[in-house]
Structure formats: C-alpha cells, structure tokens
Design a protein around this ligand. Structure first.
Ligand code: NAP
Ligand code: MG
Length: 506
C-alpha cells in the first residue's frame, strides 16, 4: 500500500482531453462578462498536490483589478438587466447554472481533484454534487423572500392611519473570499444565496485552487446571468482579498477560512461598516460513549477526521472516548486508520489524497512533531508518505491533555488527538474547553444520553451517531471563535438582505 508503489503511474497519469484543454488555455480574470488580464502582470503557479509538479498558472489580481470588478458588480447591481428580473427569473438562472454544473460534473470533479488533491470520486460526490444541490436549493429562495406588514402603535401622527412594510433589500455587491479545501463548493455556497437575494458578486478563490472557480465563471455566463453579476478575481489574500475588504463599494464580505484571517477581515469590514459573515476554523470534538455501537463509531470517528485528509473546518479532530471502551476503541480506529488507502486523487482506489500544498504538508508534519514533543503517544502514521507530492499518513496521537497545542490549535490535516474520559460531565467539559465551536459529534445508542450531551455542547452543528452531515437547508456556522453568522437555509438569505421599514401614513 502507499504512494511509493504508484509513483511511476502517477508521473505518467494524463488528464482527460477536456481537462487538458482547459489547462492549456491561458487563465485570466473574469470581469464584466469577459476575460481580462490583471494589471499586475504577475502569475501564481498552480501545482498538482500528488506530484508537486506545476500544472498551470493563474493571474495575481491586485487592487486595481478589484476596482474594475467592483465597478462592474456595482453597475450590474443597479442595472435593469439584473434588478429588473423577476424573482422567478433569478430562480430559473440558478437552476440553469445547476444544470450546467451537472452537465460538466466529470470535468469539474477531475479538475478539482487535480488542483486540490482529493480523490476524484469524492470530488464528484461531495464537491460537484453538493454544488448542484446547493444551487437548486437556493434557487427556490429567490421567489420566497418577502417582508411583513406591521401596524405600529405610534402616536406621533394623530389622525393618520399608519402601516409599515418591513421588507428585505438585497445588500448590494458581495465580496466572497474562499479557501482551498472545497474550492468549487465554497464558491457556490457564497454565490448561490447572494444571487438568489439579488446581489452581485466578486469572488476571490484561494490562491492554491482557483481553477474550478474560473471554469464556473463561464458556466455562469452560459446560464445567462447578465455581465457583471458574477466576477472572479484570482489573486493573493493580502492583495486581491484585502482590496475587496477595503473597497467602499462592497456592501458585504462573506469569508470562509482561518480564524486568524477572519479576525483581520472582520476588523477591516468595520472601517466601512460592511456586513460580514465568517465561517472559520474548528477543533471539533467527537465523544464516544460507553454504549456506542463500535461498528458504527469506529469508522464514523475515523472518517470524521480523515475525510478530505482532515482539511475540513468541522473535522472531528479531538477524540474523547469513555475509559470503559478506550482500549478496544483505540485499537479499532488505529487499525482503520492504517488501512486507509492513501494515494493520488485520480486513482480509483484512493481513499485519502495528498494535502493541498507543500506548505500545508510541512505545517501538519510540524504539528505532529509538536504533539510528540508535548507527550502525545503516536499510535499510527506520523509521517509523510512517498517521495513526491504532499502526502501525510493518517495519524493518531493518544493520551493527550487539554494543555497541549495539538489539542487547542487547528491542524487542518489527517491528525486526530485522543484521550479518555470517566464521566459524561468530564466529556462535556473537555469538549467545550476550546476557543472554537463549529462542530461536535456524540456516539451513543442511548437517546437520552446522546441528547443530554448534545444539548450541552457549544457548537453550531452537533451530530449524533454521524459527523460532517451538511445540507443546504440546515443552518451552518460557529459558536465562539469559529465564526459569525450562519450560512445555508433562510439564514443565508438573511445574510444577503438588508431589513428596511417603509412607513405609510395615510
Ligand atoms: P486563509 O489564509 O484563511 O485563506 C482563506 C482565504 O482568505 C484565501 O482566499 C486567502 O487568500 C484569503 N486571505 C488571506 N489573507 C487575507 C487577507 N489579509 N485579506 C483578505 N483575504 C485574505 O487560510 P490558508 O492560509 O489557506 O490556510 C491556513 C489555515 O487556515 C489552515 O491550515 C487551516 O487551519 C485554516 N483553514 C480553515 C478553513 C476552514 O474552512 N475553516 C479553510 C482553509 C484553511 P490566499 O489564497 O492568498 O491565502
Ligand atoms: Mg493564507
């Protein structure tokens, strides 16, 4: 097992004709419905994480490019071509876009796998199908945004009959800054509610993984969205991203990424009082009770962390196991982890791909060293795999304690830290001892035990006997330093609309 056995094939692997053709095309910025060059003249290299070899490059958009994109988005926001559309027309456009993403699902999945490293089957099932379903769910909201009528008790206008229409206006131009772990899906999570609400968009993909966002830009045009409604500016966070945050004509920033950058963005937004939603990091606990069904809990807890190589904001990266079952549980999860097939994304039997970048691989490996130095006991993994690409083996560090950095800090890789607990109170206390509060799971066959724990956990999503279940209809976001605001469902529409009260005195 392992990449060393497929290195030769890896080097020889050829992308499909459609993906090869896309890669050959020079990449530009998508502004006002057309491809344009960045004024910077600089490129960002794009690497295949399975080989470390360069496969493409994208342009490094800068503030002047963001100015152009925001101007296009502002003009589109005011245009009859967009503002004049009926809600049902926006719904139809979003459906058409979902159909185009579905039509090109194989291309998008292959491209995502090549760019990010994830297994192509996972990209197809989770990223691309997830994007299609998200667009379709949000399409339905376009026709369901409405206000309410209030009859106030206001006495300041004697003789007048007063009615208030409390409505929701689209917020305006939305700047969308997304990370590299689910590049297409994160872009769609940002674009779909904004478009359903009637906003216009400037999207900045992650520097490591911009390819599917550029592919999507043309699908947006093919679907029939007017020029300027969606713009894509590739570039670096501290250049293109920061310019979006600072731009006075951007009404709202929607961000997913690290808590560290989220704080910078949140502060930046206050300068012009931008609306801001932040989906940030996590250190999500997985609590395995003594009455858990181990046949479900062992693979469940393993995939809670190893899915997408642990590069998931809700990854179940802290494992708390009842002392009564600690030994058999840890033996089971260690066996599961060492059986995970790690390899290049294109190989059909790959279960876990490489990490996204050399930087991320180095970061994760350094956390493993920190964990060992802090006294964590390495059960499996703990090292890179193969001699090329950014692979890290599934890793379990046991006997940790809450003071350790590997327990407190987000690693964002295939590394889980584990410790036992004696009582439910202790499990809840350990789980809640974190600056983060994004996800959590509880594994128990007892409904009342599971419910009692779930109701005490400080997390935006709590899963019982499952982990990482996500749906466009279900609010998603974090407690504490895991973020601000909730995406998905009606909450996502609320993030993109501005409440307005219109008073009528007649
Ligand atoms: P990041 O820096 O938070 O990047 C997320 C996005 O923000 C990227 O598009 C990034 O651009 C942009 N950005 C960075 N600095 C910015 C700034 N000053 N102003 C505006 N935009 C800015 O995350 P990362 O560097 O890719 O990863 C670092 C760590 O963040 C990971 O190890 C992980 O712990 C965490 N992370 C969390 C999530 C999550 O979903 N919660 C996702 C990704 C990463 P660039 O592409 O140029 O960086
Ligand atoms: Mg960064």
């Amino acid at each position: 097992m392992g990449v060393s056995t497929v290195t030769q094939q890896q080097s020889n692997h050829q992308p499909s004709a459609a993906v090869a053709a896309f890669l050959r095309r020079p990449k530009q910025l998508w502004i006002d419905g057309t491809w344009v060059d960045s004024v910077s003249g600089r490129a960002i290299e794009v690497y295949d994480p399975a080989t470390g070899r360069q496969i493409d490059s994208v342009q490094a958009g800068v503030a002047a490019d963001v100015d152009r994109a925001v101007a296009a988005a502002s003009a589109a926001f005011e245009s009859a071509a967009w503002r004049g559309l009926r809600p049902a027309d926006r719904e139809a456009l979003l459906w058409r876009l979902s159909d185009l993403v579905a039509r090109d699902a194989d291309i998008l999945a292959e491209l995502e796998s090549l760019d990010n490293g994830k297994p192509v089957g996972l990209a197809r099932m989770v990223d691309v199908n997830g994007a299609v379903e998200y667009l379709r769910y949000m399409a339905g909201w376009a026709t369901k945004i409405h206000g309410r009528v209030i009859h106030p008790s206001f006495a300041g206008l004697p003789g007048a009959e007063i009615t208030v229409n409390a409505v929701r206006d689209p917020v305006g131009v939305v700047g969308q800054i997304v990370p590299w772990n689910f590049p297409l899906l994160m872009a769609v999570w940002k674009l779909a509610p904004a478009l359903a609400a009637g906003c216009t968009c400037v999207l900045k993909p992650a520097e490591q993984t911009s390819l599917t966002a550029l592919y999507l830009a043309e699908l947006v045009a093919e679907a029939g969205f007017p020029a300027g409604v969606v713009n894509v500016v590739t570039g670096l966070g501290h250049e293109a991203g920061a310019a979006l945050v600072a731009h006075p004509d951007v009404a709202k920033i929607a961000f997913t990424g690290s808590t560290e950058v989220g704080k910078i963005i949140g502060r930046g937004c206050m300068d012009t009082m931008k609306r801001v939603s932040l989906e940030l990091g996590g250190k999500s606990p997985v609590i395995v009770c003594a009455d858990a069904d181990l046949d479900k809990a062992i693979p469940g807890a393993a995939m809670a962390i190893f899915f997408n190589a642990g590069q998931v904001c809700t990854a179940g990266s802290r494992l708390y196991v009842d002392a009564k079952i600690y030994e058999p549980f840890m033996a089971g999860i260690a066996a599961f982890a060492s059986g995970i097939k790690v390899g290049p994304g294109w190989a059909p039997d790959t279960q876990m791909g490489p990490l996204v970048s050399a930087e991320q691989q180095a970061r994760v490996l350094s956390y493993i060293e920190i964990g060992k130095a802090e006294g964590g006991e390495l059960l499996v993994g703990g090292e890179a795999q193969g001699d090329e690409g950014y692979f890290v083996k599934p890793t379990i560090l046991a006997n940790v304690n809450p003071a350790m950095r590997v327990v407190r800090e987000e690693i964002f890789g295939p590394v889980v830290v584990a410790q036992k607990f004696a009582t439910i109170d202790e499990a809840v206390k350990l789980a809640n001892t974190s600056d983060y509060g994004l996800g959590a799971s509880v594994w128990s066959e007892g409904l009342s035990t599971a419910h009692r724990i779930a109701s005490r956990l400080q997390a935006g999503s709590v899963w019982v006997n499952c982990h990482n279940a996500i749906d466009p209809a279900v609010p998603f976001g974090g407690f504490k330093q895991s973020g601000l605001g909730r995406e998905h469902g009606e909450e996502a529409i609320n993030l993109h609309t501005e409440p307005k009260s219109i008073w009528y005195a007649v």
